[in-house]
Design a protein around this ligand. Sequence first.
Ligand code: HEC
Ligand code: HEC
Length: 299
Amino acid sequence: MKKVFKWLGIVLGSLVGVILLAAIVLFLVGNARLTKNYDFAPSNLTLPTDAASIEFGKHRVETLCQGCHGPDLGGIVGWFSDPALGSIDSANLTSGEGGIGDDFTTEDFVRAIRHGVRQNGEPLFMPAVASTAYLSDEDLAAIIAYVKTVPPVDRVTHGKNFTPLAKILYAAGVLPALPVEYVSHDVHVTAPERGASAAYGEYLINTNDCRICHGQELNGAKSPDPTKTWISPNLTPGGELGFWTEEQFIQTLRTGITPSGRQLTDEMPWKDYRNFYDEELRAIWLYLQSLPKLSQFTN
Ligand code: HEC
Ligand code: HEC
């Protein structure tokens, strides 16, 4: 009998040892990925100085950046927070205390927004890069030019702070990869002419996070946030939108209430999207209506 227990002890002991070793290896791999240094060729982007471009930059920031960086662009402390995984603060984009500061160059902005890398070359956890990498030079330059004009906000943010468990889950592929690891770094998008066209609508969809939450095919997807369990609705004519009019679509994005009277939750950033101009919402509608009828993504 004693022998059996001894053997059981050895087997269990080695099993725990193997698991511990695997956890340590994964931790080290995860940690290395999170602190890896990246370098990209300079973009040589020139910033506009005319009022119309800066105004357009402001408009883009209102629909695209404010939801995550706050209305004053001073950053949101605890933008993501989970007791087991850790926390992420979005950056303070101003020159105030705790902000990115005046020495944050245009190239630093480009590296963050197009490549997902912070000033010191390490990966950023800014999932929006999957969209913002597709901004045209002109739009990106207008956005940066505007951000540089916002008044300073004093707010100290701490970037990402992951627990050892989160680092292990990263390396194991349970948590999503870092944007710098999956976005394409040599995209060069020329935006179609602005206006109410399906082509411009496609460009707006590509650059405003819609696919991050509604899926590459826009027929719904699992939440990109692994701590949430929702599946987003189908935006192709195969979903509820197949029964809406353009007017109803615009009303939904402006008010957050669908034609059937359902209030959209804040998981859908309609409070940012209600800032879209009419012609932009029309463009998005035209593009969505031009898509093939797909059935709702389920799992
Ligand atoms: C989905 C949310 C989200 C959106 C949308 C978003 N950001 Fe971010 N951004 C973040 C988070 C979170 C961080 C900090 C990530 C980290 O520290 O790893 C960040 C970091 C940054 C940084 C890096 C600062 C540094 O420390 O190097 C810049 C610059 C930035 N964002 C600019 C923008 C601009 C401009 C836009 C709009 C075009 C934008 N972001 C849209 C969430 C977002
Ligand atoms: C951060 C995730 C996220 C992003 C980004 C996002 N959505 Fe959504 N969206 C959702 C979720 C979740 C719902 C369902 C909300 C509910 O039912 O309360 C939704 C609902 C909708 C609806 C209502 C559909 C229906 O059948 O009721 C429309 C229309 C919509 N989104 C369009 C868009 C467009 C267009 C974009 C890009 C400009 C976009 N969404 C970006 C998460 C997102």
